[in-house]
Design a protein around this ligand. Sequence first.
Ligand code: OGA
Ligand code: NI
Length: 341
Amino acid sequence: MATPWDQAYKHIIPLDFNSVNSVPDSFVWSQSDVIQPDNGLFIPIIDLMDSNAPKLIVEACETWGVFQLKNHGVRTKIMEDIESEARKLFDLPIDQKLKAVRSPDGLSGYGIVPIQSLFSTFMWHEGLTLFGSAIDHAKALWPHDYQQFSDTIDEYQSQMKALAEKVTGILFRALSIPVEDLNWFDDPTNRSGCNLALQLNSYPPCPEPTRTLGLAPHTDTSIVTILQAKTSGLQVFKDGVGWIPVEPEPEAIIVNLGDFTHLLSNGRFISVLHRVVVKPIQRYSMGYFYRPPKDFVVSPLLSKDLGPGEVPRYRSIIAKEYHELKANCKHYEKAFSLIEN
Ligand code: OGA
Ligand code: NI
């Protein structure tokens, strides 16, 4: 029977998560999607202050596509502030949150996770997607008290951008991609229109955590994604092993590679497949998606290391075109195969 909830909000947030004590059918994923044995493996933890860090990061990207980073230089205060702003947002009553709702053709705003459109089963998740400033959404949410949210988002994004550039710089150097030639790289004004996004994620407490997923398996459409989460839930897939839980180290930040790095490295670096499982307790995470500008041509040929013996596995593709291709692919590996030479 249709409830008022279905009629009003289903396209935005498919469920009033607080009102149910079981997982509705439309959220039930098959058991094989959800449950996995514990294999006792851990992803690498790297100290950015270690003189070996660049080498360790490159190795982690070749074998895992994901690692945790300690001594990353992002201040603890801003990491705490962003989490408390996320909590403040997701704690609002639904009617209030809908004031920042994503418009049907828009990209930024509150609602269902953007990758939901690729799956027919719902995920136990709500989120806020931001591109640049959050001031308009903040004003809609808190007309008299928007500054703190907006300032925290600005500060967090600028710290994430600096960190993402550090990591990207290490990877591009390893690939002999001359960062000096990239007009968007390290541009403080961001004039080149980098297509950077911040995603605040909330995974509400789930009464039957083994029946559903917080995020379905996917790879990120980014160069690198920097993720902050205090609690477990994220799992990464390793070929030949299976799903491995990521246990966040206190104060560390999780870095995972996205599809663009896989393409730029001619397949050397892994765009890691990952998913989120839910718990009986609330979980928040903040994902910063570092991407090139939409008109950037992503090509393995940018790498000066691609020698005479090595052929480009992928054709060149404009970042915007790749985004569109991926948005229409039902399977994460499909996008790569479509542009394989
Ligand atoms: C994402 C993502 C992981 C998490 O937002 O793309 O994979 O732990 N998030 O929330
Ligand atoms: Ni992701």
